[in-house]
Design a protein around this ligand. Structure first.
Ligand SMILES: Nc1ncnc2c1ncn2[C@@H]1O[C@H](COP(=O)(O)OP(=O)(O)OP(=O)(O)O)[C@@H](O)[C@H]1O
Ligand SMILES: [Mg+2]
Length: 199
């Protein structure tokens, strides 16, 4: 439902993203590439936080350049959930696991079982490992009812074991996900890999 056509982003003489076209298909899309290749920039454009310098981003075939910033904000809050790199930034630390999920809009806590957190509903966030926190963050993204989940380097601040938990979750998400990462294990899981080159 999100489609980029000929997207480019420049900051003065820095060409952060050059002529990218892609469709976010069901499954996992991974933006890969070395540091500075424009992964985070492209993610911001796909999540409607930033407008491209060139090209167009379509959401449900609507060209988003035709929308005002406030219309973009409404569309973003309805369609797109973002999971940040740092697990703590995604969750409300003084609420329990279950309360976080409810605050995100979950009608019940059945999602916790799917996230392997069924026994942790009453735990404080600080009692979870980084990987469990990131899992819960993806659960909250689903509870928001977004059509697409976007995540920038969701495993980069985790040890290998915690990262494994996140990889399992990403593999089984019921909505399309777009993830920026240079983690080769995450790239290997991709249904679509978009390699970006350093400019
Ligand atoms: N707001 C900005 N103003 C100016 N230059 C920027 C801005 N955002 C990004 N850039 C530049 O655009 C290029 C791409 O940056 P970006 O952060 O998208 O890369 P990245 O692939 O996410 O890198 P990393 O793997 O280190 O996170 C870099 O040269 C960066 O310095
Ligand atoms: Mg980045």
């Amino acid at each position: 439902m999100i489609r980029a056509c000929g997207v480019g982003v420049s900051y003065g003489s820095v060409h952060a993203v050059t002529d990218v076209s892609l469709s976010i298909a069901p499954g996992l899309t991974v933006l890969s590439g070395p540091s500075g290749s424009g992964k985070s920039t492209l993610l911001r454009v796909l999540s409607l936080v930033e407008r491209p310098s060139r090209g167009e981003v379509y959401v449900h075939d609507v060209p988003t350049s035709s929308l005002s910033w406030s219309e973009l904000r409404v569309l973003r809050s309805k369609e797109i959930a973002v999971v940040f790199q740092n697990p703590g930034d995604n969750l409300i630390s003084h609420l329990t696991v279950g309360e976080n999920l409810r605050a995100a809009g979950a009608a019940d806590l059945s999602l916790l079982d799917r996230l392997g957190l069924g026994a942790s509903a009453t735990w404080r966030i600080g009692a979870l490992s980084g990987g469990q926190q990131q899992r819960l963050a993806f659960g909250c993204a689903l509870a928001r009812g977004a059509s697409v989940v976007v995540a920038d380097e969701p495993t980069s601040q985790l040890d290998a074991r915690s990262a494994d938990l996140v990889l399992e979750t990403l593999e089984s998400l019921p909505v399309p996900a777009v993830v920026a990462s240079h983690d080769p294990r995450l790239v290997a899981l991709a249904d679509l890999c978009v390699p970006l080159a350093a400019s």
